[in-house]
Design a protein around this ligand. Structure first.
Ligand code: CP3
Length: 348
């Protein structure tokens, strides 16, 4: 097998043989083999065993035929190095022991020490760099999304404590954004130094903000992150998460290569809102995967038809895979997008 770099080329807007495909949350509970591993070990226990974490990362690459791997980890892992105790609780998600709510709480957060506290993650990346025949995407949670867990203490619908802090104590908020921004920059830089070939910044929940508030309270930190990492030669992806269509026009000056779109904005409309300044990634509604295969293909075809109109397109979902998804359908979908896009690209 030769190394498949279609994903990297698409991120940089270069020519590809076929539209590259990967899925957010492609390592996960829809796979019976993964569920078996989870009977023995928790998510955090898997992450602490580099050989096992590397194996779990590679499983979907082998099974689905995708064009990129995404590191098996969680956006919460680096906050352990800041001195935050948390667990990933079954059927809930991240739960924080002592939520961050005051200036004192923010002051107590330590700077990240990747080599000392997160060496297992660097080791996993090194193993994957040796073994993979597709690029490895590493990732970090973006400051707003991480802050929402740190402040609420657990997954939340309305983000009441997060917004209370943001609107009522902006100085404390900006100090938290600064510290989380520093964390992300140091962490992602270490990923690339250890063999990461691209990275995605997950801002899964920032679509909860009005565009003008995103611009004031969050965007400056996002811009700083991409600016400070702009010397790295790897593709950089920003995923502004669900319901983020209204934020897209604000991203035009970001030093990122790719923007991830959710399913509420079409690929063509997403490109327009981004002023054609980026490659785009997305954006099948993950729940379409519950439909019969012909419906899935019809929806994927409509997305790919828009995607291949211009260079710089990566097929993905609009958000992460869910446990009820089917391995067989995902494999067939990947194959379909590869075949169909290759025909379209040859005709171009
Ligand atoms: O994509 C991948 O396959 C790589 C692994 C990955 C995980 N989390 C493992 C995981 C990635 C990229 C993440 C990122 C992550 N974690 C995000 C951003 C992506 C997104 O979906 O918006 C967020 C918001 C988190 C926080 C988090 N972790 C939540 C809300 C949950 C619970 C939700 C659920 O589906 O149960 C987790 C747990 C988690 N992280 C799981 C996995 C595979 C599911 C539980 C498990 O298998 O133990």
């Amino acid at each position: 097998m030769t190394y498949n770099d279609n994903f990297i080329r698409a991120c940089f807007g270069e020519d590809v043989d076929h539209t590259p495909v990967w899925y957010m949350r492609q390592a996960g509970r829809y796979d019976p083999e993964y569920r078996k591993i989870k009977e023995k070990y928790s998510l955090l226990e898997i992450c602490r065993q580099p050989e096992l974490a590397a194996e779990v990362t590679m499983m979907p690459v082998r099974k689905l035929g995708v064009d990129a791997a995404i590191l098996y980890s969680d956006i919460m892992n680096p906050v352990a190095s800041l001195g935050v105790n948390f667990d990933i609780v079954k059927n809930i998600g991240p739960v924080i022991e002592n939520p961050i709510r005051t200036a004192n709480d923010v002051d107590r957060l330590k700077p990240i020490d990747v080599e000392k506290d997160l060496s297992h993650i660097l080791e996993t990346i090194q193993i994957l760099d040796r073994e993979l025949e597709v690029p490895l995407i590493t990732f970090a949670g973006a400051p707003f999304t991480i802050a929402s867990y740190l402040i609420e203490g657990r997954p939340s619908k309305g983000y009441i404590h997060t917004k209370t802090l943001m609107y009522s104590e902006p100085q404390v908020w900006f100090r938290l954004m600064e510290k989380l921004g520093d964390m992300v920059i140091t962490y992602l830089r270490a990923h690339v130094a250890n063999g990461g070939k691209a990275f995605q910044l997950f801002d899964s929940w920032v679509g909860a903000l009005a565009p003008k508030d995103f611009e004031i309270y969050v965007l400056p930190t996002i811009k700083r992150i991409f600016h400070e990492l702009s010397d790295l030669k790897v593709p950089k992806i920003y995923f502004p998460g669900v319901s983020s269509g209204e934020l897209l026009p604000l991203l035009h000056k970001l030093e990122a290569d790719v923007i991830g779109l959710d399913w509420r904005v079409s690929i063509a409309e997403g490109r327009r809102r981004l002023n054609d300044g980026f490659a785009v990634q997305g954006n099948l509604d993950p729940y379409v995967l519950t439909a019969p295969m012909d419906v899935i293909k019809q929806q994927a075809k409509a997305i790919v038809d828009e995607g291949v109109q211009a260079p710089g397109y990566i097929f993905n979902l609009g958000h992460g895979l869910f446990p009820e998804a089917s391995l067989d359908k995902l494999r067939e979908l990947t194959h379909y997008v590869h075949e169909y896009s290759a025909t379209m690209i040859r005709q171009r």
